[in-house]
Design a protein around this ligand. Structure first.
Ligand code: GH3
Ligand code: MG
Ligand code: MG
Length: 398
């Protein structure tokens, strides 16, 4: 295939990139990165169209390659800017302005004319290597797979640019560089075509992966408190239960429920009721350790999954939670709302077939705490034999 056909095909591929990124931008929640990538597609399309016209009509005015190369650099920078915006970094268009001015200026210096590729390729190489490095150093391992095609693509193109600059530098003045070798020119044009096609797919993959993750996170998060919800409890408890079956590791549940919460709603209104729920989760979060998972499993009911701990420690956490809630009233809208919680604790039993068995026992302990005066901790299997059997006050019962 001759380079003219390849340059036209690249212009088409760039237009498809601009169109698909633009449509994704309009169809999704107007992510700036998609807008940047649509702009990059437009820059590449314009650059390739100028290149095609220059080949077809044999134009050799200095301004034609100057504008074409400027747009080409802007296209590469557009991809980098989109990646930066995707990672919540500033796009740094000022860097592009400096690069574009330098590139344009280089075309106007007659002494640099024979060595333009040697001067411009390192600029494109730096942009592409910057993009690959930016994605590679992201600590999020889950996103690595989604970033991989873009990393490989940017690295590959940077290498191609390096080879191109090297070939030109070696043959400088001999007239045997890329511009004079049909094969190398065809390879270069083919590389651009592949780059644009894979770039479109890679950008779409990055955004799709991000949106899928955001959706999954939203489906596992409680809207009011921002903590995990019942669906997340199912996933995490099942995972921990299976791990425990394999390794024999201990699992405990602490369940707690705000006492007489209905009267808080009735007295102060639902807004204060909502604030009270958030307040209790905030207090609980201070008591819990980083490895304990807190879930809102009902209106004012919560569960904590405690893995790899002994019952005595779990009871200590439960009692501290009860104490802290009782000692930290919510002060809002001129109201001071005092609250207490009843708490149930249960440990995984060897006979448990499902994680739900453990949660049910923690709920039974919670019910026992409610039945015996509220604002207390009950531990399943300790003092639950009969309802008339007194629990040991607010003390740790295990
Ligand atoms: P107990 O001590 O036995 O737990 O009594 P209670 O009043 O706390 O329990 P009950 O289950 O009778 O009432 C719970 C109330 O919680 C009923 C419901 O209107 C309210 N509720 C459930 N979800 C929310 C919520 O998201 N926000 C608010 N403000 N109230 C809620
Ligand atoms: Mg309640
Ligand atoms: Mg309740």
């Amino acid at each position: 295939m001759d380079s003219f056909t390849l340059v036209v095909a690249s212009a088409l591929a760039a237009t498809i990139m601009a169109g698909s990124m633009g449509l994704l931008y309009l169809a999704s929640s107007r992510r700036v990165c998609l807008f940047n990538w649509a702009m990059a597609g437009l820059f590449f399309a314009a650059s390739n169209l100028i290149g095609a016209c220059a080949i077809k009509f044999r134009v050799d005015h200095t301004l034609v390659p100057a504008v074409g190369n400027l747009l080409y650099i802007a296209g590469h920078y557009g991809i980098l800017a989109g990646l930066r915006r995707h990672l919540a970094l500033r796009a740094r268009w000022d860097l592009l302005a400096v690069l574009a001015l330098a590139a344009f200026g280089a075309h106007l210096v007659p002494a640099l004319q024979p060595a333009l590729t040697v001067v411009l390729s390192p600029a494109v190489m730096a942009i592409d290597l910057g993009a690959a490095w930016l994605l590679w150093r992201q600590p999020d391992r889950g996103a690595r797979l989604a970033y991989l095609p873009m990393i490989v693509l940017e690295l590959g193109f940077a290498v191609q640019q390096g080879v191109r600059a090297l070939v030109e530098a070696v043959h400088l003045g001999s007239g045997a560089g890329m511009a004079h070798c049909q094969f190398l020119q065809t390879c270069g044009a083919l590389f651009v075509l592949v780059f644009l096609s894979v770039a479109t797919m890679s950008c779409a993959l990055i955004v799709t992966h991000d949106q899928t993750r955001a959706l999954r996170l939203a489906s596992l998060t409680d809207v009011l408190t921002g903590w995990l919800n019942r669906r997340a409890l199912h996933d995490i408890a099942l995972r921990e239960f299976r791990r425990s079956e394999r390794s024999g590791a201990a699992i405990h549940f602490i369940t707690f429920d705000i006492d007489h919460f209905k009267s808080i709603n009735d007295r102060h209104g639902h807004g204060v009721g909502d604030a009270a729920i958030c307040h209790v989760t905030a207090v609980a979060a201070k008591v819990l350790r980083g490895c304990d998972a807190l879930f809102r499993i009902g209106g004012e009911e919560f569960a904590v999954l405690v893995a790899d701990s002994v019952l005595a420690d779990v009871c200590r956490i439960a009692e501290r939670l009860r104490e802290m809630v009782a000692a930290s009233p919510l002060v809002t809208e001129g109201h001071t709302v005092r609250m207490t919680v009843s708490v149930g604790v249960a440990a995984l039993d060897v006979d448990d077939m499902r994680w739900e068995d453990l949660l049910r026992r923690a709920d039974e302990a919670l019910y026992h705490a409610k039945q015996h005066g509220r604002n207390r901790v009950s531990v399943h299997g300790v003092g639950l034999a009969g309802d008339d059997q007194p629990m040991r006050g607010h003390a740790i019962v295990c």
